[in-house]
Design a protein around this ligand. Structure first.
Ligand code: ATR
Length: 279
C-alpha cells in the first residue's frame, strides 16, 4: 500500500514537515509521499478541502492559519482537539475525516525523551510563558500527564486564566515581570510564544539569565535554533531544550495516528538541528 499525506496552511513552501515525514516513511519501510498543498487567502477553502478529500489520501496536517477553520469540514474531532479548539492532524478513517491535535503531546514526548527523570517526577515546578494556542496544548498535556505544579505567565492575564482553568494542577497565573522576578523558583521553564523568532532574534519575552543551573529551559521557537532566551539560560548553566524537537515529536504522533507505527527517532533530532543551523 502506498501512503499519501499532505500539509495545508499558508505560507508553507519552506515547511520542514515533508522532510520529517519522508524520514519516517523510510524508517517504517513504507512507500508513500507527503506533499505540500498550500491554500492561499485568495483560494476557496471549501473547494480546496473537498479537492484534497477526493485525492485518496490517508491524512493531512494543518498549520497556520487553518487550525480552527478546518474543524467545520471534519466528521469528528477527538477530545484533545476539542479542548484546544484546534486541529493539526486529520486522518481518513474508513472514509470519515477525524481531527486530532498532537502539539501538546508532541512537546511532552520531546521533554520525556530528553529528560526522562523529569518526566518521572511529577512534583517538578513548571512555568509556562505565553498563553496562545501552543501554550494551551502544552499546559493541557502536562496537566493530563499528572504534573502537579504549573504556573502560567502572560502579557494578557485573562488569557492565562482561561488556560489555567482547563486543568487540575495547582500553580498561579503571573504577569511577565512577576515571572521574571521569581525565575529561580522553577525546575522547568517553557517559552511558548513567538518572541525571539527570526528576524527579531534579539528579543526575549523575559530574562532568564538568573536561572539556577539545575533548571531545564525550553523554547518552542526553532528559527533560530538557539534563541536569545536559550542562550541566556545556557550561559546561566541551565540545561536547554530546543524547539525543533517538539516539531519532530508532534509529527511522530501524527504519523502514528495515520499508520499505527511509532517510528524510532534515533538520529533525526540531530539531523534536523543541522538542517536548521544551515538555514
Ligand atoms: P500561537 O497560537 O502560535 O501560540 P498566539 O495565539 O498568537 O500564537 O499567541 C501568542 C502568544 O505570544 C500570546 O501569549 C501573546 O501574548 P498576549 O496573550 O498578551 O497577546 C504572546 N506574545 C506575542 N508577542 C508578544 C510580545 N511582544 N510580548 C509579550 N507577549 C507576546
Amino acid at each position: 500500500m502506498e501512503y499519501r499525506f499532505a500539509l495545508i496552511g499558508y505560507p508553507i513552501k519552506h515547511s520542514l514537515s515533508p522532510w520529517i515525514h519522508q524520514q519516517f516513511l523510510k524508517k517504517a519501510e513504507l512507500d508513500g509521499e507527503y506533499f505540500i498543498n498550500e491554500i492561499t487567502p485568495d483560494d476557496s477553502f471549501e473547494e480546496q478541502i473537498n479537492k484534497l478529500k477526493k485525492m485518496n489520501i490517508n491524512g493531512f496536517n494543518v498549520t497556520v492559519p487553518y487550525k480552527q477553520k478546518i474543524i467545520s469540514f471534519l466528521d469528528e474531532i477527538d477530545q484533545t482537539a476539542n479542548v484546544m479548539g484546534a486541529v493539526n492532524t486529520v486522518a481518513n478513517q474508513n472514509g470519515k475525516w477525524i481531527g486530532y491535535n498532537t502539539d501538546g503531546i508532541g512537546f511532552l514526548h520531546s521533554l520525556k525523551n530528553r529528560f526522562p527523570e523529569l518526566h518521572e517526577d511529577k512534583s517538578s515546578r513548571i512555568l509556562i510563558v505565553g498563553s496562545g494556542g501552543a501554550a494551551r496544548g502544552i499546559f493541557y498535556a502536562l496537566d493530563a500527564a499528572g504534573f502537579k505544579f504549573i504556573d502560567i505567565a502572560n502579557r494578557t492575564i485573562e488569557k492565562a486564566n482561561v488556560i489555567k482553568k482547563l486543568g487540575s494542577s495547582t500553580g498561579n497565573v503571573l504577569s511577565l515581570s512577576e515571572a521574571e522576578q521569581h525565575i529561580g523558583n522553577y525546575d522547568v521553564i517553557i517559552q511558548t510564544t513567538n518572541v525571539g523568532m527570526k528576524p527579531l532574534v534579539d528579543n526575549t519575552i523575559i530574562n532568564v539569565n538568573k536561572v539556577p543551573p539545575e533548571t531545564v529551559v525550553s523554547d518552542i521557537v526553532y528559527q533560530p535554533i538557539k534563541t536569545k532566551f536559550l542562550q541566556q539560560a545556557e550561559e546561566a548553566g541551565a540545561a536547554i531544550h530546543f524547539g525543533h524537537s517538539m516539531l519532530l515529536y508532534q509529527a511522530q504522533y501524527s504519523f502514528e495516528i495515520w499508520t499505527n507505527i511509532k517510528v524510532a527517532m534515533n538520529g533525526l533530532d540531530r539531523e534536523l538541528q543541522l538542517i536548521l543551523e544551515g538555514r
